[in-house]
Design a protein around this ligand. Sequence first.
Ligand SMILES: Cc1cc2nc3c(=O)[nH]c(=O)nc-3n(C[C@H](O)[C@H](O)[C@H](O)COP(=O)(O)OP(=O)(O)OC[C@H]3O[C@@H](n4cnc5c(N)ncnc54)[C@H](O)[C@@H]3O)c2cc1C
Length: 446
Amino acid sequence: MSSRNNQAVWTNWSGALSCVPAQTVAASNEDEIAAAIRSAAENGLGPVRAPGTGHSFTPIVVTDGTLVDIDAHEGVVAADTASGLVHVRAGTKISDMGAPLLEAGLALANQGDINRQSIAGAVSTGTHGTGLTLGSVSSQVAGLRIAMANGESVDASADTNADIYNAGRVSLGTLGILTELTLQCVPAYALKETGGRMAVSDVFAQMDTLVADNRHFEFFWFPFADDVLVKFLNTTDEPARPPRPSSGGGMEHYAMVGACELSRVLPFLRGPLQRFLTSNAGARYMGAEEFSQKAKVRHAYQAFPSDREVRFNEMEYSVPLESGPDCVREVAEHMRKRGGNFIFPIEYRTVKGDDIWLSPFQGRDSVSISIHQYAKQNYRRLFDGVEAIFRSYGGRPHWGKLHTLTARELAPLYPHWDDFQAVRKRMDPDGLFLTPYLARLFGEDN
Ligand SMILES: Cc1cc2nc3c(=O)[nH]c(=O)nc-3n(C[C@H](O)[C@H](O)[C@H](O)COP(=O)(O)OP(=O)(O)OC[C@H]3O[C@@H](n4cnc5c(N)ncnc54)[C@H](O)[C@@H]3O)c2cc1C
């Protein structure tokens, strides 16, 4: 274990958040993690936070106390092909899991659209991909181990400490530091990617079929364009081909950067630029058959992640599945009329309901709708107006993406809010893991 008191600055991916913790402790095994927690508690150096890879937009890592960096506590420890159960250390990056899982004939059932997160970071906020039959990464957790405020560790699963299991799978690091996770994986599979441009009106007319007939369906909508960009991933028996080396996004990346920079100085160009980006992004989608020849076929873990090189800030809410189309239409209209200057598209995905107490998908199949603002631009005007629309549809915020809710508004959204709070207070009675921001989220700021 090594400790730095050199006032190292921590920043998140978008660059909007930073902090200078009193100390950063590098811990590479469970004993070191427990020792770091105990020492921070004894020396009054809380709040204690464990960062993942800093890909959250909300200040859920930010602390002026202790950061326990578990980056080196990583690796797939065991993968059982027969049961699909995979044991990983909590600091493992999702990008480092695909190859060893494939070697064991396994894969994650679903992933988000990047793979840079640590598995504990992704689980802690309910990170998800798209696909109505598939839950978030948190829903793939079969067991977890947490180092608590008193330095002791506890195991939890559906059979052992079920309350900690129900609370711990989405818990923003407020119960303690996750040290190990057991994931329920599935047999390895290949995915074929198809997609292209589709008229907005066609997508809404065919929405139910598009969602039901594809393992993964999502669309990106630049609100000033009449087409959206649809993306499908479906399993295939065709052999996976090696992916091309990442080009950092290629021409599309430069087109996006150019559009963002141009519209900053010439805001009236945002409409034409959004229409250009849409038409530039691909051919008109004519159906899976026509697309088949040029479809990419890759191992699942290589098919999910995309390049996200242009920095942005993001807000995302999940609404009940049936409200998704109305909600996204209203969001797009608001953005056109009152969203100010923005370029990034709206992202629309589906997620299967689950039983995790603080999961945005708890008890309901959902549509997640995300909006983004270029990192160099202020996001307040855009996000505030859209948040009111999300809330009017009973939306629940993504814990890692920007929102303005606190305990008063959050509690009624989660039927198990009080159950979660009881487990949290039992495991961390003195609030060692609560920063001022988290205290506001959980109503402990008075
Ligand atoms: C470009 C980009 C793309 C994204 N795509 C998606 C997407 O497709 N789907 C989606 O749902 N989200 C997406 N996100 C959001 C992201 O997945 C979540 O915010 C996720 O939590 C980030 O993981 P991280 O490893 O960076 O964790 P961090 O952001 O560093 O931390 C997140 C939370 O986890 C806690 N934590 C981390 N490790 C531990 C531990 N060992 N024990 C206890 N608590 C811990 C932290 O304290 C913090 O509260 C995206 C974000 C970006 C920037």
